[in-house]
Design a binder for this molecule. Structure first.
Ligand code: BDR
Ligand code: CA
Length: 305
C-alpha cells in the first residue's frame, strides 16, 4: 500500500489532538513530521502537547516547533481549550522549542516533491514563512488541507472571522494565493458534526484512548458552550484530518476564496464568491457536507484500535 505522506501543522488543542489520534491510527497515513504553532495556547504548551501525543500514540515522527507570533505581530491566544491547550489532561512534557518548522517543511517537501500533503490545523504562519523563504515551494506540495474559514456561517473569533485565519490573516492570504491544490474544511460543516459524550459509548471499553478522550471532551464541551454558544464537542480539526482518510465521504464545492487583511470589521474573513453568475476562478475545494453518523462511527472505531 502506498501511504499518503503528510505534515501536520498544528496548535494542539483538543480537536487537534483528536485529529492527530485519528491520523496516527490510520494505516494509510505516513506522518513525516508534526510542526507546531502558537494559537490555542503558547508555543511552549502546543509543542509540549504535541510531545505528549507523540508519546501516547507511539509515533516515530519528529516534532519541530514554529511560529510564536503571526507575520504581523503577537498572536491572540485561544480560550476554548483551556490555559494549557489540552484542558482535562495533565502531563509533564515541557515543549522542546526547535524554532525551525518552516525550514523543516521546506526540507521535507524537497525530499518528496509532489508527494506531501500539508494539513494545516492552526494559524498558517509556518507554511506562509516556508513559502516566503522558498517561493518555489507551492509547486512542489501535493495539496494543502486547511481547517479554517467561515464561508456560510458567522465567525467564531469575530463576527465574520474564524479563529485560525483571524490569528494570521496575512499568512492565510499567502497560502490561498498559492497555485497548490487546496481543500478547506470551514466552520459551518464542523458545527453540523458535533461529538457528544454519549457517542463515546461506541468505543470499546478496553480502548486505551477512551478515558483520555472522555477527559478531554467533557471540559471542552463546557468551554465551547461558554465561548461559542454551541452544544457538544466541535472537533473542527478532526474533520480536516478525516478528509485525508475518507475524502469521498465529503460533499464539496469549488469556490474562489480571498482572505480579507484590511477590513476594519472584517479582518481575517474568508471571502467566497458564492454568486451563481459571473466568471468563476475557483482556487479552493470547500467541504460543504459530511454524514455525521458515518464520520463519528469511523472516528471512534479508529480510536478504539
Ligand atoms: C480552529 O481554532 C482552534 O480553536 C481549533 O483547534 C481549530 O483549529 C477552529 O476555529
Ligand atoms: Ca487547531
Amino acid at each position: 500500500m502506498t501511504k499518503q505522506k503528510i505534515i501536520i501543522d498544528t496548535d494542539p488543542g483538543v480537536d487537534d489532538a483528536i485529529a492527530i489520534m485519528l491520523l496516527a491510527k490510520t494505516e494509510s497515513i505516513d506522518i513525516q513530521a508534526i510542526t507546531t504553532v502558537a494559537g490555542n495556547s503558547s508555543i511552549q504548551n502546543t509543542t509540549a502537547n504535541a510531545e505528549y501525543l507523540k508519546d501516547l500514540l507511539s509515533l516515530n515522527c519528529p516534532i519541530y516547533s514554529g511560529a510564536t507570533e503571526s507575520l504581523t505581530g503577537p498572536f491572540i491566544e485561544g480560550q476554548v481549550h483551556g490555559v494549557t491547550g489540552l484542558t482535562g489532561i495533565t502531563h509533564s512534557f515541557q515543549g522542546n522549542l526547535t524554532n525551525n518548522a518552516a525550514e523543516k517543511i521546506i526540507e521535507i517537501v524537497n525530499t518528496f516533491p509532489n508527494e506531501i500533503t500539508v494539513l494545516c490545523l492552526g494559524p498558517q504562519t509556518n507554511l506562509a514563512q516556508a513559502i516566503q523563504k522558498d517561493p518555489t515551494l507551492p509547486s512542489k506540495i501535493k495539496q494543502i488541507v486547511i481547517m479554517g474559514g467561515a464561508i456560510q456561517s458567522p465567525g467564531n473569533k469575530s463576527w465574520v472571522a474564524e479563529f485560525n485565519i483571524f490569528l494570521d490573516p496575512e499568512a492565510a492570504a499567502n497560502v490561498f494565493n498559492t497555485p497548490t491544490p487546496k481543500v478547506l474544511v470551514p466552520l459551518e460543516i464542523c458545527y453540523k458534526t458535533p461529538l457528544f459524550v454519549t457517542d463515546l459509548k461506541q468505543m470499546t471499553d478496553d480502548s486505551k484512548l477512551k478515558p483520555i478522550l472522555t477527559s478531554l471532551v467533557m471540559p471542552y464541551i463546557k468551554l465551547l458552550s461558554q465561548f461559542e454558544g454551541v452544544d457538544g464537542a466541535i472537533i473542527y480539526d478532526a474533520l480536516a484530518a478525516y478528509y485525508l482518510v475518507n475524502p469521498a465521504s465529503f460533499t464539496t464545492k469549488e469556490l474562489e476564496i480571498k482572505i480579507e487583511t484590511k477590513g476594519e470589521f472584517t479582518r481575517g474573513m474568508s471571502v467566497a464568491d458564492l454568486r451563481t453568475w459571473g466568471e468563476k476562478n475557483p482556487n479552493t475545494t470547500v467541504a460543504t457536507a459530511l454524514n455525521r453518523d458515518l464520520f463519528i462511527q469511523d472516528l471512534l472505531s479508529s480510536l478504539s484500535k
